[in-house]
Design a protein around this ligand. Structure first.
Ligand code: F6R
Length: 242
């Protein structure tokens, strides 16, 4: 595992965008696993700048998002479909047909999970999976539990996850109770995983995730088993790493 601690957000953003850019430059048909939430926003901004300078094209890239809320219309500003369009997809040349996000409004959610798994299977292997980290150690929306699911599945969000995400909504009552998420099997199958963590409030959980005992009660501890894990931390989140 490679852990890098950055003194400021800009350096972290440039490093994250640089890793994605290099991969796509070397491998134009790369398969990217994408995350939403507050953490990757600055990295997507840098990526758009790099694209605008003509240094990278996403025309042949395929992307898979980690998750989507259940029952939130895709035109709701906080749906992950809207997020991805706003922060990345509407600014780059990734074809819409190559950008996959689970459909949290499907009539048959089980069938939608199967459809997403089939698409992932067809794509083979994700080359680079971007991950943020939940305060409770979740990755994607794989919440702490006594057992975890390998493939895409429906999940009931924990109270702490809904509380953390309430900052994006008018009130916590508006935060959906369920989501569709890629499973830990798919995440761990990625060739390289890029974990990004920011902020003092995540210093303890990221330290526990990367150095503590491996347990499904902290899903991110499973990342310790991955042979190509790159971790980008800001100074606050990296406080406990010497
Ligand atoms: C987002 C996702 C989540 C977030 C995590 C951290 O697609 O799968 O695991 O990465 O909840 O969220 P932020 O970045 O908002 O702190």
């Amino acid at each position: 595992m490679n852990i890098h601690v950055f003194q400021n957000q800009q350096e972290l953003n440039e490093a994250g965008a640089g890793i994605i850019t290099s991969l796509v430059q070397m491998q134009p048909k790369a398969v990217l696993g994408l995350a939403t939430g507050g953490t990757p926003v600055g990295i997507y901004e840098e990526l758009v700048k790099t694209f605008n300078k003509g240094r990278v094209s996403f025309k042949q890239v395929t992307s898979f998002n980690l998750d989507e809320y259940v029952g939130l219309p895709i035109d709701h500003a906080e749906s992950y479909h809207a997020y991805m369009n706003h922060h990345l997809f509407s600014h780059i040349d990734l074809p819409a047909s190559s950008a996959h996000i689970p459909n949290g409004n499907a009539g048959d959610l089980e069938a939608e999970c199967q459809r997403y798994n089939d698409l992932l299977e067809e794509a083979g292997q994700i080359d680079l999976q971007i991950l943020g980290l939940g305060h409770n150690g979740h990755i994607g929306f794989n919440e702490p539990d006594d057992a975890l699911t390998s493939g895409t599945h429906i999940v009931e969000l924990k109270a702490e996850t809904r509380e953390a995400n309430a900052r994006f909504f008018d009130s916590i009552d508006e935060v959906p109770t369920h989501a569709l998420t890629m499973g830990v099997g798919t995440i761990l199958k990625a060739k390289t995983i890029l974990l990004i963590v920011r902020g003092a409030d995540k210093a303890e959980i990221v330290h526990r995730a990367l150095t503590g005992p491996i347990t499904t009660e902290v899903p991110a501890t499973l990342l310790q088993t991955h042979p190509h894990l790159v971790v980008l931390l800001d100074a606050e989140a990296g406080r406990l790493f010497k």
